[in-house]
Ligand binder design. Structure first.
Ligand code: GDP
Ligand code: IMO
Ligand code: MG
Length: 427
């Protein structure tokens, strides 16, 4: 059985957590393949909202195994807090969660390095979540990192000290003060806690599951426009957030990938710095933020808001090989008299329908098609047939422009606020 992939097509926060939770009834395994606690994946049922950072969004389902793959970076302090919270709610995390021995560890000094680097950048800062993601991936590719499997090694403390010393040497070049004592103690408590979980060779297990015909969904974090290679560099995260990242982040061969489910909001948001062609720095942007409650699930920062951007989405669909689309937050657009869709960019005095190399230094000017809005409240709808005509027109226009079917429309944060349009698995 092939591995399906679900990932974000914009700048993150597209609603991946909600939709993975909804789809997880169809899968035996949910596997996170990259990123770390910079992610905040929200899902909601029984009027309770849950936010997951490192744990896959299938953790609330009894039928699902959840795997943290080798491509993920793990902060033992944050992971422990996340697990304890779930255990307090009665979730049996010990039997449902499996962690790759090859996943890299975020050290307290990685967090300090992240903060020191951001401080030094001043107004040029990336707007990092300051969870130590960049420095940890740097140590991974620099071949200095510590991995989950290393915690069982008797040399672990020595190797930790060696890496911390290196970090302290680097930190001494920055004007940055820090205190390692308390956080380091908490970190080692997190390591002891981590040892009580199943730390495994996840790539072997996943490939066995594939051969056994089990159904696997790979859950992405961040979004395609934050990808280290294809995002708006340098305003990106430090991992490959695209479909290819599921192969390297789980140990799954490219020919084992099945459906690629690309998820996008009915408009656009971005948190942190970097180019955002359709950003609305006006009352409409404020309204999108207010109605959509666009505040970061990890940092609480207000998200920048704007209209949907088709050149950016086309690019993300191409890079990922998206086979079907999920549109979230359609309900947030209810009540806007008109809705704009960016169809092309004006760039260097010519019209283009793709993302050029450098939109950081040479901005693009979005070209819009204006569509009629609708007023109907969508949050109580239970059938796709009850969508207002104007929303159907919007969906069909997007589908045709993107040459990819929209199979699910989300109309609220709850599990049940999900409408299926010829989705291959449901209805
Ligand atoms: P993720 O990082 O992609 O999992 O997305 P986040 O959880 O960071 O952000 C999405 C936010 O939108 C969360 O607060 C969700 O509860 C919420 N959400 C998801 N789908 C919908 C939807 O269709 N309508 C509304 N109003 N909210 C949604
Ligand atoms: P989920 O999985 C939205 C952004 C940060 C910053 C840039 C780099 O919830 O969609 P980093 O901490 O990785 O060094 O930050 O990437 N960013 C996200 N934005 N959603 C996320 O994750 C994000 N993870 C990182 O705001 O601009
Ligand atoms: Mg999020």
């Amino acid at each position: 059985m092939a591995v399906d992939v679900l990932l974000g097509l914009q700048w993150g926060d597209e609603g991946k957590g909600k939709v993975v939770d909804v789809l997880s009834t169809d899968y035996n395994i949910i596997a996170r393949f990259q990123g770390g606690p910079n992610a905040g994946h929200s899902l909601e049922f029984n009027n309770i909202k849950h936010v997951l950072h490192t744990i896959p969004s299938g953790i609330f389902r009894d039928n699902c195994m959840n795997i943290i793959g080798n491509g993920v970076v793990i902060d033992p302090i944050i992971l422990k807090k996340e697990i304890v919270k779930l255990q307090e709610m009665g979730v049996d995390v010990h039997t449902k969660l499996f962690i790759s021995k090859k996943a890299h560890l975020i050290l307290p000094t990685h967090r300090f390095l992240d903060a020191a680097s951001e401080n030094a950048k001043g107004i040029e800062k990336i707007g990092s979540t300051l969870k130590g993601i960049g420095p940890t991936y740097m140590d991974k590719t620099g071949r200095n990192g510590l991995r989950v499997g290393d915690i069982f090694n008797e040399q672990f403390h020595t190797r930790y000290e060696f890496l911390v010393k290196k970090h302290q040497d680097i930190l001494s070049f920055y004007e940055y003060t820090y205190d390692l004592t308390d956080i380091q103690k908490e970190w080692f408590e997190g390591i002891e806690f981590l040892k009580t979980f199943s730390c495994i060779d996840a790539e072997h297990l996943l490939n066995k599951f594939i051969n056994d015909g089990k159904k696997i969904l790979a859950e992405g974090a961040q979004g395609s426009l934050l990808d280290i290679d294809f995002g708006s560099y340098p305003f990106v995260t430090s991992s490959n957030t695209i479909t290819a990242g599921a192969c390297t982040g789980l140990g799954i061969a490219p020919n084992k990938i099945g459906e690629v489910i690309g998820i996008f909001k009915a408009y656009s948001t971005r948190v942190g710095s970097g180019p955002f062609p359709t950003e609305l720095d006006d009352e409409i942007g404020n309204e999108l933020r207010r109605i959509g409650q666009e505040f970061g699930a990890t940092t609480g920062r207000p998200r920048r808001c704007g209209w949907i951007d088709l050149p950016a989405l086309r690019y993300a669909i191409m890079i990922n090989g998206v086979t079907q689309l999920v549109m979230t937050k359609a309900d947030v657009l209810s009540g806007f008299a008109t809705i704009k869709v960016c169809t092309d960019y004006l760039y260097q005095n010519r019209m283009i329908d793709f993302m050029p190399f450098d939109i950081v230094n040479e901005p693009v000017i979005p070209q819009y098609k204006t569509m009629k809005g609708w007023t109907k409240d969508l949050t109580t709808l239970t059938s796709i047939n009850d969508l207002p005509k104007e929303l159907n027109d919007y969906i069909i226009f997007l589908e045709e422009s993107l040459k990819t079917p929209i199979t699910i429309v989300s109309v609220g944060p709850d599990r049940n606020q999900t409408l299926f349009r010829n989705h291959i698995k449901k209805q």
